[in-house]
Design a protein around this ligand. Structure first.
Ligand code: BDR
Ligand code: CA
Length: 332
């Protein structure tokens, strides 16, 4: 699985085939971030060029460690950069009760060789985007938006050089960390406000759709039957994730972050609307809420495409395809 794209021969395509879409992942790995990384690295439609890491589900040393462990184990040969250690203006709030002490409780990894690249994720993002053809890069942001906001503040020109910025975060309806707010936006609302106000082509994949893609026992059995190391990592981690989601949220675990990768691979799974989205940063009980102006009553310009519905049944074949690709084309 060596090679720039991390998937070696799995990426080989006929000359007339469409070039893979260039992807940068910004993650706070995390059980569902890990599935998203596996999907992005295995998808022949995508070229995973870089991973930047932020604090979020756990502290930065832990989310970085989780990212490097996963990449090392599966042979995902892409540069990984350490980024923000906490939100722009607030104390770090983690999601330890869902993702555990390590942030990725469940799978066991051997000591690894892979190291983070030298330099800060924010500088790496800026450099990458300023070097790339304008519009040629898709950023998929799966954690608090701190790294992305910092990069936009340091080099505002990147905002319009990003082809599409797809983020897992927010909700039109209910939250998951408070009644109003979703975790990634709640963790760093000031960063989210910068991103939504940046002029970048933002696509918001929020809880309205991700909570419709739920992992249950039968789907775990289906993945277990595929066998191989990716299947093992998936099942070992999802066992933990499922227990935590059932205990603390009373529901089956949602495939939040993998939804964003599924959207890039097969956008027709989702229905989107274009709206003005604002971020509540100061509300006493609504801090971190994504206020989506569905009716256009604010008169403010539309600044984001927002996923409003999904065909969840069509997600699972993509997930299973991912695990199969790792088994047949990858190692072990
Ligand atoms: C988001 O919060 C994190 O815990 C998950 O990784 C996902 O990005 C869901 O609210
Ligand atoms: Ca995440």
């Amino acid at each position: 699985m060596a090679g720039k794209n991390g998937t070696g021969s799995s990426k080989e395509r006929s000359p007339e085939a469409v070039a893979p879409r260039r992807i940068v992942l910004d993650v706070d790995t995390g059980h569902d971030d890990a599935v998203a990384i596996m999907m992005a690295a295995a998808a022949p439609e995508l070229s995973l060029d870089m991973i930047t890491v932020t604090a979020g589900n756990q502290t930065l040393p832990k989310t970085l460690n989780n990212t490097l462990n996963l990449c090392d184990d599966l042979g995902i040969d892409v540069p990984v950069y350490a980024g923000a250690t906490g939100p722009l203006m607030r104390e770090l709030v983690t999601a330890a009760r869902i993702h555990g002490e390590s942030g990725f409780d469940g799978p066991v990894f051997k000591p690894r060789k892979k190291q983070a690249e030298k330099g800060h994720a924010v500088n790496a993002l800026i450099e990458y985007l300023m070097d790339a053809l304008p519009g040629s890069t898709t950023i998929i942001a799966l954690g608090p938006l701190t790294n992305i906001a910092l990069a936009m503040k340091l080099e505002p020109a990147i905002s319009t050089r990003i082809g599409e910025l797809i983020l897992m975060g927010g909700a039109i309806g209910r939250g998951n960390v408070t009644p109003s707010a979703e975790f990634n936006i709640h963790a760093d609302p000031e960063a989210a406000k910068i991103v939504f106000g940046s002029g970048a082509a933002v696509t918001m994949i929020g809880l309205d759709v991700t909570t419709k893609i739920l992992l249950d026992e039968q789907k775990m059995i289906d993945v277990r039957l595929i066998r191989g190391r990716a299947s093992e990592i998936f099942v070992d981690s999802m066992d933990n994730y499922m227990t935590a989601c059932r205990n603390y949220l009373g529901e089956y675990p949602a495939m939040h972050d993998p939804s964003c990768v599924a959207y890039v691979i097969e956008p027709e799974l989702f229905r989107l609307g274009e709206y003005h989205v604002d971020i509540e940063c100061s509300g006493e009980v609504t801090s971190g809420r994504t206020v989506v102006d569905i009716k256009g009553v604010s008169g403010k310009p539309k600044n984001a495409r927002v996923a409003v519905d999904v065909l969840p049944d069509l997600f699972w074949p993509l997930l299973e395809r991912t695990i199969r690709r790792w088994t047949y084309l990858g190692k072990r």
